[in-house]
Design a protein around this ligand. Structure first.
Ligand code: ATP
Ligand code: MG
Length: 256
């Protein structure tokens, strides 16, 4: 039994895509979901990905997290190139170095909050780092709810369990696909504050897909996708600034 995963990060990028392409289907059903995307997610930074429905946000995340295969280009987590990795190594990389948060919380109903949080490590046969786990649980504000099952928790609390689960293994990077999409604005704000704190206070790296300019304003940087390409970036975003960029894309889309 190993207690910690070997770190794979040495440089500034926690994850990097280079000329990454993803094509679904063939012939008439062919869809270019990602068209030569090059992007870097810096260590210790909170990045938001925005763009219209169908622009490739989830595909980018899935390819960079090793959940989906790519059609061209390369993508790395830390120093590890994902393209060409054997299934076994990819599974291990995902398990030990990547955290996920989905729009649907994906908790196991028969397990308590704490059991859900430590499940990936239990499966991997890794012992949780107690001090780290305590910090994650404290940051996520779940200390009083650890023995509750998902059905006994609110939506916001369930998503906080999912966030704690993603961070429990101290991954190189956390990918969150619309983590506040199913939450009311107050619960959503709690999740966003948690994700931001996990970056600021715990030094984590978080990449989040969102449609909400307010959610994006919690990030250090926003990357905009359209038609499978990165079309813009914004540092230290405000909700108004993000909205303004989105309006510009809309106007362009209508006129071109
Ligand atoms: N498994 C698949 N098979 C075929 N086409 C797919 C598949 N998954 C995604 N696509 C297509 O790829 C494109 C990008 O999809 P993707 O899910 O990445 O968009 P998105 O930006 O996440 O959209 P949304 O905001 O609606 O979640 C879309 O045109 C979609 O129809
Ligand atoms: Mg999506």
């Amino acid at each position: 039994m190993t207690t910690t995963a070997a770190p794979v990060i040495t440089g500034r990028a926690a994850a990097r895509a280079t000329a990454l392409s993803k094509v679904y289907g063939e012939g008439e059903t062919r869809v270019v979901a990602l068209d030569q995307v090059s992007v870097e997610f810096h260590r210790g930074e909170f990045t938001a990905i925005m763009g219209p429905s169908g622009s490739g946000k989830s595909t980018l995340m899935h390819c960079m997290a090793g959940l989906d295969t790519v059609s061209g280009g390369s993508t790395t987590i830390g120093d590890t190139e994902l393209v060409g990795l054997k299934d076994k190594d990819l599974t291990r990389l995902r398990r030990d170095h990547v955290g996920f948060v989905f729009q649907a919380f994906n908790l196991l109903p028969t397990l308590t909050a704490l059991e859900n949080i430590t499940l990936p490590m239990d499966i991997a046969g890794r012992k949780p780092d107690k001090e780290w786990l305590d910090r994650v649980i404290e940051t996520v504000g779940l200390s009083g709810r650890l023995s509750h099952r998902p059905s006994q928790l609110s939506g916001g609390q369930q998503q906080r369990v999912a966030c704690a689960r993603a961070l429990a293994g101290r991954p190189e990077i956390v990918f969150a696909d619309e983590p506040t999409g199913n939450l009311d604005s107050r619960s959503g704000a709690e999740i966003l504050a948690f994700l931001r704190n996990s970056v600021r206070e715990l030094g984590q790296t978080v990449v989040m897909v969102t449609h909400d300019p307010v959610a994006a304003s919690y990030a250090d940087r926003v990357v905009f996708l359209a038609d499978g390409r990165i079309v813009d970036e914004l540092d230290r975003p405000t909700a108004d600034g993000v909205l303004d960029r989105m309006r510009r894309f809309d106007a362009k889309g209508r006129t071109s």
